[in-house]
Design a protein around this ligand. Structure first.
Ligand code: EPZ
Length: 420
């Protein structure tokens, strides 16, 4: 396995671009199950989760070729319908093939994703909705085994806001007979990007981006081309990297209008953000940041996917920050690791109380999940001495060449095999 060895104390300066969105690419890739033919997707990030989903689509008779962020797919149809445990266990977003497989091939056998470091993450809402649309679904030997004559559009009321649940049902509804109305839908920008792609495939959708979305099923969906949106979480993580090192960078390709809540919070703690043009911002920090509280919420609230990165900033801020995680029940795996670097953090119920310290010290730390690994890298950028972030495959799942991007800005990060 690989680790990153980070030499702390280097200020980030220069220019870097944001990559395409992982969480928009994955559902859009799954949606290609809905229609045979050729697709060209631009701005697809070359990262582990995308590569894993390509492997899964290959098993479903969809050829994939990802080169220089362009993903060409060819869906030759057929009736393959299985998403095996070996692939699903490495990427829970594989659940996104369930809806389109049922809509198009009337059968699906998808391994239950199982839990992950940040929580149990059940898929009961996905299953409940598909049953309402006419699917027969059993759980057998750790697999979701589903079949249907034809999915039928209906009204779906989600008990809670679920991003991939909303996405799965939008895709199922696209291939269903009649109209599906989703109430309490997720409104994350990545859900909207999927909706825009489905509309290009010929699906009629009303209310996209609101909590009530109406999808008109169609039997005449067509393969099409599309440019995926940029990654708002990567953009915000790069802002954190510039800020924590008191650097001064130019960030291009920032989906600013998806980050209003986040940018507002960054300004509150003392980060200087100047909008220089279409999706271009200048980010700098010339003094110790101020502490501030956050509570993670569904969009447009402060995103849970930025909670760990924000915490890294707060470990060396002036004052006390209360960070409350409302979305996942166990998304504080980075706390113990940050404390090994000298952070002063106390957990209480769903909150972490972070008392800013003057300095962190480099240490050997263990990445546990995608955003926790980013948090540890951020801490390593400013810790005294060397920080070794182990199990860096977690970072590679969701960030495209993140260490290379930081090195281009002046960080000193080595990627080494550590024979684990
Ligand atoms: C998506 O996960 C993202 N992944 C996550 O990003 C993100 O953290 C999450 O949304 C929240 O924004 C992708 O888009 C591929 P949810 P998802 O269903 O859809 C509970 C990253 O870092 N729930 O919105 O799995 C669930 O346990 C990843 O890129 C149910 O109880 O999240 C959680 O507590 C991590 N039953 C809450 O809802 C269900 O059927 C929100 O989960 C579904 C969800």
């Amino acid at each position: 396995m690989e680790k990153l060895v980070i030499e702390g104390g280097n200020r980030l300066t220069g220019e870097v671009s944001v990559s395409g969105s992982k969480n928009a690419s994955l559902p859009i890739m799954a949606a290609t199950i809905l229609a045979e033919g050729g697709y060209t997707l631009e701005n697809v990030p070359d990262l582990r989760d995308v590569r894993t989903l390509c492997k899964l689509l290959n098993l479903l008779n969809i050829e994939t070729d990802l080169r220089n962020n362009q993903l060409v797919l060819r869906n030759s149809g057929g009736d393959a319908f299985e998403a095996p445990y070996e692939l699903v266990k490495t990427m829970r977003a594989s659940i996104l093939v369930l809806g389109p497989l049922l809509a198009k091939r009337k059968r699906a056998r998808v391994s239950l994703p199982g839990g992950c470091a940040i929580g149990e993450r059940p898929v009961d809402q996905h299953i409940k909705a598909l049953k309402l649309m006419g699917a027969k679904i059993e759980i057998e030997h750790g697999y979701i085994v589903a079949e249907c004559e034809k999915l039928i559009g209906t009204d779906i009321y989600f008990d809670l806001v679920t991003v991939t649940g909303t996405e799965n049902i939008m895709m199922a509804a696209a291939g269903a007979k009649g109209v599906t109305t989703i109430y309490n839908a997720a409104i994350e920008p990545e859900v909207v990007d999927l909706g825009n792609f489905l509309m290009k495939m010929g699906v009629k959708i009303e209310g996209l981006g609101t909590k009530t979305v109406k999808i008109y099923g169609s039997d005449n969906l067509i393969a099409t081309d599309y440019k995926v949106m940029n990654d708002r979480i990567e953009a915000a993580t790069l802002i954190c990297a510039a800020a924590i090192t008191k650097g001064d960078i130019l960030l291009k390709g920032v989906p600013i209008d998806c980050l209003t809540t986040v940018i507002d919070k960054f300004l509150e703690i003392g980060i200087n953000i100047e909008v220089l043009g279409e999706n271009v911002i200048r980010v700098s920090a010339d003094k110790r940041l101020d502490a501030a509280d956050i509570t993670t919420q569904v969009y447009p609230g402060f995103p849970t996917d930025l909670q760990a990165q924000f915490m890294a900033l707060m470990t060396v801020a002036k004052g006390v920050s209360v960070i409350t995680e409302n979305i996942f029940e166990n998304r504080f795996m980075h706390v113990a690791e940050l404390k090994r670097m000298g952070a002063d953090i106390r957990l209480k119920d769903r909150s972490a109380i972070v008392r800013g310290v003057e300095r962190l010290s480099g240490a050997h730390v263990m990445a546990s999940d995608l955003r926790a690994s980013a948090s540890l890298v951020l801490a390593g950028l400013i810790a005294d001495g060397e920080t070794h972030v182990h199990r860096i495959y977690h970072l590679d799942r969701g960030y495209e060449k993140f260490d290379e991007k930081l090195n281009k800005l002046g960080a000193k990060i080595k990627r080494v095999e550590n024979g684990e």
